[in-house]
Write a protein that binds this ligand. Structure first.
Ligand SMILES: NC(=O)c1ccc[n+]([C@@H]2O[C@H](COP(=O)([O-])OP(=O)(O)OC[C@H]3O[C@@H](n4cnc5c(N)ncnc54)[C@H](OP(=O)(O)O)[C@@H]3O)[C@@H](O)[C@H]2O)c1
Length: 365
């Protein structure tokens, strides 16, 4: 009896587990936001290791709770002592280091596109497919990919309709993507081009960050276009990733991506054809009840500026259009489009298995 009481007391007194976290690319748009999210959401970390390029080594980053972390070289990070590493330093860094880190027993949550379409790497939006992580086939490599910043809110809106029992036949999408989606340098370029134009200097040279002048413009190309008539890289990514995330996907999807001179927040205009006629109120209810999504018919739409620093995906401007429906989606690309989605994945992992054994790399048999 005393023995049982003692066990009960021990489990009652047990400190909640804390985790060693690494953020690779900590000085970038997504890395910095990931640090913010870990603090803001009280993620149970024991300590945080921050890495960036050799340019930043030794610099001190101040977290939003006042704590300071020193930036180190990625080669100096001991991944054997890291439970979860967020990789936010671009595809080439992930290609070189993510598998090594996973091999050392660390779980990698990768924000880059490098592993997203690999068959045995899960591509996760927690509100849609977190359960696939419990499927033993899905993550033998200790790496979990985070989708593209448009693929996340778009998949959520489409999945809200599928969860409402609808079948989608066709989807046509146009995006209005902010410059922060192209990294920290892109934000600087828009700022300096805008200032130059406002100061009467229209001769500011075109930066290699964008294919055309970005300030006061709209550029219908994100990523390379390899041949006339081909989709751009970003469009291909979104189409492929949405198909992978929504496993039961049987509809056609075509996407046009446009970069616009906003700083944060990606807007998406969506046309969907469904298997039946549904009233707008019913569609609105499907969006409204989907986790992480906001739909308010009284406030018909939200703009990128208003969505900055918000966690939700906002849907609005819902209309009937011929045989289909049109609506507008907007979300903070740095939060739900990237950092928040990654931290939510980590939160779910520690809930599903506090020791994380399930998700660490397993030897293939
Ligand atoms: N921005 C978005 O909305 C978004 C959304 C989803 C996914 N992503 C993906 O997330 C990744 C990061 O994007 P971002 O927008 O945060 O880019 P970013 O602002 O340009 O930041 C890049 C980060 O990578 C670091 N870095 C560069 N080379 C490195 C190296 N050799 N070793 C270690 N660190 C290195 C940089 O460090 P320094 O400061 O020292 O240069 C910086 O911290 C990209 O793959 C991007 O495609 C971005």
């Amino acid at each position: 009896m005393y023995y049982l009481y003692a066990i009960h007391q021990t489990s009652m007194n047990k400190e909640p587990k804390k985790y060693n976290i690494a953020v690779v690319g900590a000085t970038g748009n997504i890395g910095a936001k990931t640090l913010d999210m870990l603090v803001e959401r009280n993620f149970p970390y024991a300590n945080i290791t921050a890495a960036a390029s050799p340019r930043s080594v030794g610099a001190a980053l101040r977290l939003s709770n006042g704590a300071e972390v020193k930036i180190r070289r990625i080669d100096d990070v001991d991944f054997e002592n890291i439970d979860i590493a967020f990789f936010c330093a671009g595809s080439s860094v992930s290609s070189e280091y993510a598998a090594k880190a996973a091999n050392m027993g660390c779980i990698v949550i990768d924000k880059t596109s490098f592993f997203r379409m690999e068959e045995n790497i899960p591509l996760i939006v927690p509100e849609i497919n977190i359960d696939s992580l419990s499927n033993s086939k899905t993550s033998p490599r200790g790496i979990i990919s985070c989708p593209n910043c448009v693929a996340i809110p778009l998949s959520m809106a489409l999945y809200a309709l599928i969860s409402g029992g609808l079948i989608i036949n066709n989807v046509i999408v146009s995006t209005y993507q902010s410059v922060s989606g192209a990294g920290r340098q892109a934000v600087k370029v828009l700022r300096s081009q805008s200032l130059a134009i406002l100061n009467g200097d229209n001769q500011e040279k075109i930066s290699s960050t964008f294919p055309r002048k970005m300030a006061f413009n709209a550029i219908p190309q994100i990523g390379d276009i390899t041949a006339p008539g081909a989709y751009a890289d970003e469009e291909e990514k979104i189409m492929r990733e949405v198909s992978k995330i929504i496993d039961c996907l049987s509809f056609n999807i075509s996407v046009t991506c446009v970069r616009i001179p906003t700083f944060v927040g990606h807007g998406v205009s969506v046309y969907v054809e469904l298997n039946k006629v549904v009233c707008l109120e019913e569609l609105g209810r499907m969006f409204k009840r989907f986790p992480g999504m906001s739909f308010d018919s009284r406030r018909d739409y939200i703009t990128p500026v208003e969505v900055t620093n918000c966690d939700e995906v906002f849907v609005g401007r819902l209309r009937q259009a011929g045989n289909g429906y049109l609506f507008w989606i907007v979300a903070d690309n740095l939060r739900k489009g990237a950092a928040l989605n990654g931290v939510q994945i980590a939160e779910r992992l520690i809930k599903l298995d506090p020791d994380l054994y399930k998700f660490r790399q397993r030897k293939q048999t």
